[in-house]
Write a protein that binds this ligand. Structure first.
Ligand SMILES: Cc1ncc(COP(=O)(O)O)c(C=O)c1O
Length: 429
C-alpha cells in the first residue's frame, strides 16, 4: 500500500474562498446557468492590440527560448521607462528606476511568493494592512511565515492606525510590512502621509516595506495613487535607508487585462533583487520569453497612447456609478463605501451575522430567469476573528447594465433567503 505523506507546509494551504466560489460558478455555467461572476477580479476589457502583435512577431521568429533569470532586458527597460514616465506625469519627486532595478516574475503572485521566500524564515511574520488580498496568506505560508493584521475599518474609511499602534504589533520575528494601495478589497488609496508613516516605521525597525501597487493605474476618482517610490523624507540618510528597504510589486494582469499572461514585476535595489532573482530561477527556471515580449509591446504602446488606460478607467468609473446607484435603489440598508481605486466594492449587510450561507444560497439555489450572481464573502479578507463576516466583495467586471442587474438579483435573492430561513425555523405541524 502507498502511504501518503505530505510536507507540513501543505497543511497550511487550502483553496481561497475566491477560488471555491469560482469552481462552483464554473460548474453551474457548464450546466447552462448564467452567472455574473463578480467574485473574481478577472477584467473583461479587450487587451491592447499591440500585445497580440508583439506576440505574433516573436512567434514568427520561430525561436521561443529560455529567458535570463532576471527577465528580458527589453521588458525590464520598457517597464522602467513606463514607471519613470508615470511618476513624471504626476509631477512629484520619485526614485529614478533603472533597468537594473527590475525583476520579472510569473505575475505579482509569484513576485510576492518569491519575496516571502527570499526574506522570511519559517516562523517569521509579516504585518499586513487589513482587509487584505487573501491569497497573501498562502503565499507567505509557502515560506513558513505568518501574516499579522494592522486593522483598518470601513467605519473609519479604512484609515491607517497611528504609528504607535502599528509599532506595538512589531515583534522580533517581524520581517516586513505589506501595504497594498489602491487596496483590494477596500478600494482605499492611501495618502502620501500614510505611505510615509509605514515607510518611516519600516526604516526605524529595519523592516522591508513591500508595496503591492498592481492597481496603480486603476483609479476611480480624482485621487491618484501614491507610490512608496515617491516617498521623500528630505533627509539623505533616511532616504538611503528607505531605498534599501523597498520591495515594490507590480503586474500586467490588471493594467492590461492580461491576467492569463502571468507577468509581474519586482522593483528593488541590489542585493535584494539578486536574491529574489535566485528564488525565481530556482522555482521556475525562468519566465516565459514570448509573454515578456507581448507585455513589453503593451507598455511600449501606452507610452505613446495613454488613451488606452484613460478609456479603461472610464469603463470602470461608469460601472461603479451604475453599481452605487443600484445599491441605493435596491439595497438601501446596505453599507457600501465608495472605493477610490482598484475595481471592487465592499457591501456590509447589517442584518447578517455571517453572510456565507446567503452567498451560497444565491449562487446555487436561486435564479431569476436562470440568472444569478457569484460574490466573495469577505471574512477571508480579514485576519481578525469575526471581522468581515457580514460583508461581501463584488468586482466591477461586467457592463453597467449587468452590474445593475446583478444588484437587483442580490436584492431579490435576499428576499428569497429570508423566506427560506423563515420556512426552516417554522415548526413542523
Ligand atoms: C492586490 C493584488 N495583488 C496581487 C494580485 C495578483 O496578481 P497577478 O495576476 O499578477 O498574480 C492580485 C490579483 O487579483 C491582487 O488583487
Amino acid at each position: 500500500m502507498f502511504a501518503e505523506r505530505y510536507a507540513d507546509r501543505v497543511e497550511f494551504l487550502s483553496p481561497s474562498s475566491i477560488r471555491k466560489m469560482m469552481a462552483i460558478a464554473r460548474d453551474l455555467i457548464a450546466h447552462g446557468k448564467t452567472v455574473y461572476e463578480l467574485n473574481i477580479g478577472q477584467p473583461d476589457i479587450r487587451c491592447i492590440p499591440e500585445f497580440s502583435e508583439a506576440i505574433d512577431r516573436k512567434a514568427n521568429t520561430g525561436q521561443i527560448n529560455y529567458s535570463p533569470i532576471v527577465g528580458e532586458t527589453y521588458l525590464r527597460e520598457t517597464y522602467a521607462r513606463y514607471l519613470n514616465n508615470f511618476f513624471d506625469h504626476q509631477k512629484r519627486p520619485h526614485l529614478v528606476i533603472d533597468t537594473e532595478n527590475v525583476l520579472i516574475s510569473v505575475g505579482a503572485s509569484h513576485a510576492l511568493t518569491a519575496t516571502f521566500l527570499g526574506i522570511c524564515n519559517p516562523g517569521d511574520e509579516v504585518l499586513v494592512v487589513e482587509p487584505y488580498f487573501s491569497p497573501y496568506k498562502g503565499f507567505l505560508a509557502v515560506a513558513g511565515g505568518t501574516l499579522r493584521a494592522i486593522p483598518t475599518r470601513a467605519e473609519d474609511d479604512f484609515a491607517l492606525p497611528p504609528a504607535e499602534e502599528i509599532e506595538k504589533l512589531i515583534t522580533p520575528r517581524t520581517r516586513a510590512i505589506l501595504l497594498n494601495s489602491p487596496n483590494n478589497p477596500s478600494g482605499k488609496i492611501y495618502s502620501p502621509e500614510e505611505v510615509e508613516r509605514i515607510a518611516r516605521i519600516c526604516i526605524e525597525h529595519s523592516l522591508f516595506i513591500i508595496s503591492d501597487e498592481v492597481y496603480r493605474e486603476m483609479t476611480l476618482s480624482d485621487q491618484e495613487a501614491f507610490s512608496v517610490l515617491q516617498v521623500d523624507f528630505a533627509n539623505d540618510e533616511m532616504n538611503e535607508k528607505l531605498k534599501n528597504a523597498i520591495i515594490m510589486i507590480d503586474s500586467a494582469s490588471k493594467t492590461f487585462s492580461l491576467c492569463g499572461v502571468r507577468i509581474g514585476f519586482v522593483v528593488a535595489r541590489q542585493p535584494i533583487l539578486e536574491k529574489l532573482a535566485l528564488v525565481v530561477a530556482h522555482t521556475t527556471a525562468c519566465v516565459s520569453d514570448i509573454m515578456q515580449y507581448g507585455v513589453a509591446g503593451a507598455y511600449d504602446a501606452i507610452l505613446s497612447q495613454p488613451s488606452y488606460l484613460q478609456e479603461m478607467r472610464q469603463v470602470y468609473r461608469e460601472r461603479l456609478e451604475a453599481t452605487i446607484a443600484a445599491i441605493d435603489e435596491y439595497l438601501p440598508n446596505v453599507i457600501a463605501p465608495k472605493p477610490s481605486g482598484a475595481f471592487y466594492v465592499m457591501l456590509k449587510f447589517p442584518e447578517f451575522e455571517d453572510i456565507t450561507e446567503f452567498s451560497h444560497f444565491m449562487l446555487e439555489k436561486f435564479n431569476i430567469g436562470n440568472e444569478t450572481v457569484a460574490v466573495t464573502p469577505a471574512a477571508s479578507f480579514y485576519l481578525t476573528p469575526g471581522f468581515g463576516r457580514n460583508e461581501i466583495r463584488i468586482a466591477l467586471v461586467v457592463s453597467p447594465e449587468k452590474m445593475r442587474r446583478s444588484i437587483y438579483i442580490i436584492a431579490e435573492a435576499l428576499k428569497a433567503f429570508r423566506q427560506f430561513k423563515a420556512n426552516q425555523v417554522r415548526p413542523m405541524l
